[in-house]
Design a protein around this ligand. Structure first.
Ligand code: NAD
Ligand code: UDP
Length: 317
């Protein structure tokens, strides 16, 4: 006979970069965690240290299919986040965001469970408003190569807010800006992991376009703390809330910083800019500061030091 375990927190995408760190912080806080993942980009290596724990359970499952479990809270992080991964099977990417949201919202409705959606700064597209505030509706190409991710995430937000309005569901939506740290995949093509791996191997650093496009990079521990803060806010506070580090730098400056920190002999080479690559991105985190009492604590240099140490060990230990 199954008994509803309302203490259990479900993390979809829990084998991934952010999801595995979220599992870590939840277990450290004394929670029981059910990690659900189809291993598309995530790996059991990321949670190997948790597999022996009585409070941690892994379920291999694709969120595009319905799921019948008994949990008290749901963090929905399932979705590949790196452009090369989400563009590898774009139809599956849209299905993961849209069917995944429908299935998980249905589950949350049956359980009357609180559910948090890991949305993204990509909902702002290539923004004309800078820095990006939650009230900005964005500028997204609906038919481009990034659309499977951007529009999938936008539709998921729509579903979350319709379940809130129509069914009174207890939803939380956060818009995550570029986040980096240990457990990013060395081959995932995202800028921080790519530059660090290239620098450590003394290979060319591939800067796309003129390198003057900007991003704002948040260290993973800070970001995950923000997710948990959001989950703990009072019912009725839905967001969306931006979570990210407002320190904005150009991609070229990032390359130079990583070259310096790794003392690499690599040289910077320019490659064509991918389609629809946003020119600028910087979160306005006024709402996160006031409503979650949250802001990032880890400087870019400190976060990069820790990430470089991780990749050095991964590649050479
Ligand atoms: P990731 O690729 O490391 O993790 C995603 C996880 O979801 C992987 O473990 C993958 O196997 C799993 N997954 C993918 N499709 C699935 C499916 N259909 N069913 C079950 N599991 C599935 O990416 P990440 O950086 O950890 O991102 C996690 C979440 O945060 C994503 O939803 C992403 O959109 C969001 N996000 C991340 C960033 C960032 O900078 N890292 C920025 C904005 C938003
Ligand atoms: N980028 C780059 N070289 C790389 C990988 C990425 O110059 O090897 C650039 C990319 O064009 C973009 C920025 O770095 O302008 C961030 O790319 P990433 O894929 O990490 O994230 P996103 O574009 O989704 O913000």
């Amino acid at each position: 006979m199954s008994e509803r375990n309302t203490e259990t927190v479900m993390v979809t995408g829990g084998l991934g970069f952010l999801g595995s760190h979220l599992c870590d912080q939840l277990i450290a806080a004394g929670r029981d965690v059910l990690c659900v993942d189809n291993q598309f980009t995530g790996t059991k290596q990321n949670v190997r240290h948790l597999l022996g724990s009585d409070r941690f359970e892994f379920l291999r499952h694709d969120v595009t299919c319905p799921l019948y479990v008994e949990v008290g809270q749901i963090y929905n992080l399932a979705c590949p986040a790196s452009p090369i991964h989400y563009q590898r099977d774009p139809v599956q990417t849209t299905k993961t965001s849209v069917h995944g949201a429908i299935n998980l919202l249905g589950l949350a409705k049956r359980l009357r469970a609180r559910i948090l959606q890991a949305s993204t700064s990509e909902v702002y597209g290539d923004p004309e408003v800078h820095p990006q505030l939650e009230s900005y509706w964005g500028r997204v190409n609906p038919i481009g190569v990034r659309s499977c991710y951007d529009e999938g995430k936008r539709c998921a937000e729509t579903l979350f807010f319709d379940y809130f309005r129509q069914h009174g569901l207890d939803i939380k939506v956060v818009r995550i800006f570029n986040t980096y740290g240990p457990r990013m995949r060395p081959d995932d093509g995202r800028v921080v992991s790519s530059f660090i791996v290239q620098a450590l191997k003394n290979e060319d650093i591939t800067v796309f376009g003129d390198g003057q496009q900007t991003r704002s990079f948040c260290y993973v521990d800070d970001l995950v703390a923000g997710l948990i803060r959001m989950m703990q806010t009072e019912a009725g506070f839905t967001g969306p809330v931006n979570l990210g580090d407002p320190t904005e730098i150009t991609v070229l400056e990032l390359a130079e910083t990583i070259l310096r920190l790794t003392r690499s002999r690599s040289r910077v080479v320019m490659k064509p800019l991918p389609a629809d690559d946003p020119r600028q991105r910087q979160p306005d985190i006024t709402l996160a500061r006031s409503s979650l009492d949250w802001e990032p604590r880890t400087s870019l240099e400190e976060g990069l030091h820790r990430t470089v140490a991780y990749f050095r060990k991964l590649l050479y230990a």
